[in-house]
Design a protein around this ligand. Structure first.
Ligand code: SF4
Length: 461
C-alpha cells in the first residue's frame, strides 16, 4: 500500500464515513475491561484516532468494505483490531488468558475467571489485517503444509508473541482434526491441557456420556482454580450465563433482521457481528454494548425503510454452512452480485439458544457440550440445519464452505448438503477457500452461476 493511496483513502471512502458517523454522535463511550469488574471508558474520538492509525499498521483492511454508517460498526472494528493490545494490558494486571477451540462455550472460561481466546479467529483476523498470507505460510512450515489457514495463523500469532496466552484448554470433540496438533505444537511456548468431548452420545450411552462430560467440565474448573488461585462459585457461572444470554439474544435478533424486506444489514456486517461470538473479543461487556448499538441502528433503518449498504433490491438469500468464509472480501463480492448471507451454521452453534440459568451450572455446561449441533452425527447435524432453514422465512439457497486442509468439513460436505437438498429442495453449492484474496475470479464465476441458477428457478416457479 503506497503512501498516496493511503492518504487518498484517509480523506475519502470508509475513513471519512467513520469520521462523519462519529461527528454525529461524538459522545459515544465504550466501556473496555481493565481487570475483572473495572473498566476504562473509551471515547468515540479515541476510537476514531485508533482506527486512523490502524489503517497504517494494517493495510489489509483497505480490501474490505464494512458499513461505517451503521452505528456501532466503528466500535466493532475497534474491538476487533485492539484485541491484542487489550489482552496484553489485562494480562499485565494479572488476568489469565486461556486458549479455546471456536465452538467451546465461552461461558465456561469467563465464568471461571479467565479470558477466553480463540486463537484461530484472532490469527485469521491478523492475516486479513496484514493483507498477506505471511502468518499462515509460517505456521504451515512448522505444523504441516496442509494445516487449515486458521490453525496455521493461530500457531504463528502465539509462537511469535503477537497475542499473549497463559494456558490452552480446548475441548476436543468429533469435529476438528487439527486443533489438538496445533495446541500440542505450541507447548514450547505455553502449557496446557485438553478437555475430551465424548462422541458416544447414542441414546443407550446417554447417561455414561453425560457423566463423563461432567467430570471433564469439573476437571477444567479445577485447573482454572489452580491457575487463578480463586475458587469458582456456581453463582459466578450463573451470572456469566445471564450476561452471555443477552449477547446470544442480540445476535439472534441481528441474524433475524436479514429476513426483513429490505434487509438493513449487509453480509459482511452480519458476519463480523456473529464471528465475535467465538470469544467475545476478550470482553463480553464491550461486545454487548457494541452489538446492542448495531442492532438498534439496524432497527431504525427498518423503520425508515432503508436497506443495508450495497444490499441488492431483492437479494438472493443464502445460508452459509460448513466453515463460514474467512476471506471477508467474499461477503462484499456476494452482495455486489445480488446475494445476501442470512446466517452461518458454524457460528450459530454458539448462540442458537440461551443457556439454562436454573439448576446446577456445571451440569448445564456438560449438557450444552453434548448437544452442540457440531458434535452430533452428520445426519443429526444436517437435520438441525434443515430445522433452522424451515424456521427462517426466506432462504433461497445454501453454500457449504470447506477451509483448505479441513478434513472434517470436507468429509461432511456431501452428506450434509444431500440431506438439505432432499429435505428442503434448496440448491446447494460447495466452496473451498484458503488464503484471503486467493482464487477470487474463480469464486466470482461460481457464485454468479449459482445465483443465476436460483433466479432462473424462481422465475420458473
Ligand atoms: S476449519 Fe477445520 S481444521 Fe480448521 S479449525 Fe475449523 S474445524 Fe479445525
Amino acid at each position: 500500500m503506497n503512501f498516496f493511496r493511503k492518504l487518498k483513502f484517509l480523506f475519502t471512502g470508509t475513513q471519512l464515513q467513520f469520521g462523519l458517523g462519529i461527528l454525529k454522535e461524538p459522545s459515544i463511550i465504550t466501556d473496555i475491561r481493565r481487570l475483572d469488574g473495572r473498566y476504562t471508558k473509551v471515547s468515540a474520538w479515541r476510537i476514531f484516532w485508533f482506527l486512523t492509525c490502524a489503517l497504517w499498521r494494517f493495510p489489509g483492511i483497505f480490501d474490505y468494505k464494512p458499513d461505517p454508517s451503521l452505528r456501532g460498526m466503528s466500535e466493532l472494528t475497534y474491538i476487533i483490531l485492539s484485541l491484542e493490545e487489550r489482552l496484553k494490558k489485562v494480562r499485565r494486571r494479572g488476568t489469565k488468558i486461556v486458549g479455546k477451540w471456536p465452538a467451546n462455550p465461552t461461558d465456561l472460561y469467563y465464568g471461571s475467571g479467565v479470558i477466553a481466546l480463540d486463537p484461530f479467529f484472532a490469527g485469521y483476523c491478523r492475516v486479513l489485517a496484514e493483507g498477506s498470507g505471511r502468518l499462515t505460510k509460517q505456521g504451515r512450515a512448522q505444523l504441516s503444509e496442509d494445516a487449515c489457514p486458521a490453525q496455521a495463523a493461530a500457531y504463528s500469532i502465539i509462537s511469535d508473541d503477537i497475542f499473549p496466552l497463559d494456558f490452552f484448554y480446548p475441548f476436543i470433540g468429533p469435529w476438528c482434526y487439527d486443533s489438538q496438533y496445533c495446541f500440542e505444537a505450541l507447548r514450547h511456548k505455553v502449557n496446557g491441557d485438553f478437555g475430551d468431548h465424548p462422541v458416544f452420545n447414542q441414546r443407550e450411552m446417554k447417561k455414561a456420556s453425560f457423566e463423563y462430560m461432567l467430570s471433564e467440565v469439573r476437571r477444567f474448573i479445577e485447573k482454572m482454580e489452580e491457575l487463578t488461585g480463586r475458587r469458582v462459585e456456581p453463582e459466578q457461572l450463573r451470572q456469566e450465563f445471564i450476561m452471555e444470554n443477552k449477547l446470544r439474544r442480540i445476535l439472534r435478533e441481528i441474524t433475524g433482521l436479514t429476513q426483513i424486506n429490505p434487509p438493513p444489514i449487509n453480509s459482511l456486517d452480519l458476519m463480523l457481528c456473529v464471528f465475535i461470538s467465538s470469544d467475545w473479543l476478550g470482553d463480553p461487556e464491550a461486545a454487548l454494548q457494541t452489538l446492542s448499538r448495531i442492532r438498534d441502528a439496524a432497527i431504525k433503518r427498518i423503520d425508515r425503510g432503508e436497506k443495508g449498504k450495497n444490499v441488492a433490491d431483492h437479494p438472493i438469500r443464502l445460508l452459509i454452512t460448513g466453515i463460514a468464509w474467512g476471506d471477508l472480501g467474499l461477503y462484499n463480492m456476494l452482495d455486489e452480485l445480488g446475494g445476501l448471507i442470512i446466517g452461518s451454521e458454524c457460528v450459530y452453534n454458539l448462540y442458537y439458544e440461551d443457556i439454562d440459568t436454573t439448576g446446577d451450572p456445571v451440569e448445564t455446561l456438560a449438557r450444552r457440550f453434548l448437544t452442540t449441533p457440531y458434535a452430533l452425527t452428520s445426519e443429526r447435524r444436517a437435520q438441525w440445519t434443515v430445522g433452522n432453514i424451515r424456521q427462517a422465512k426466506q432462504v433461497d439457497g445454501v453454500v457449504f464452505n470447506c477451509n483448505f486442509g479441513c478434513n472434517y468439513q470436507a468429509a461432511e460436505a456431501r452428506i450434509v448438503t444431500d440431506i438439505i437438498k432432499q429435505e428442503t429442495g434448496l440448491p446447494c453449492l460447495i466452496t473451498d477457500v484458503d488464503l484471503p484474496k486467493e482464487n477470487r475470479g474463480q469464486m466470482r464465476t461460481r457464485l454468479e452461476a449459482f445465483l443465476e441458477m436460483i433466479r432462473h428457478r424462481q422465475a420458473q416457479a
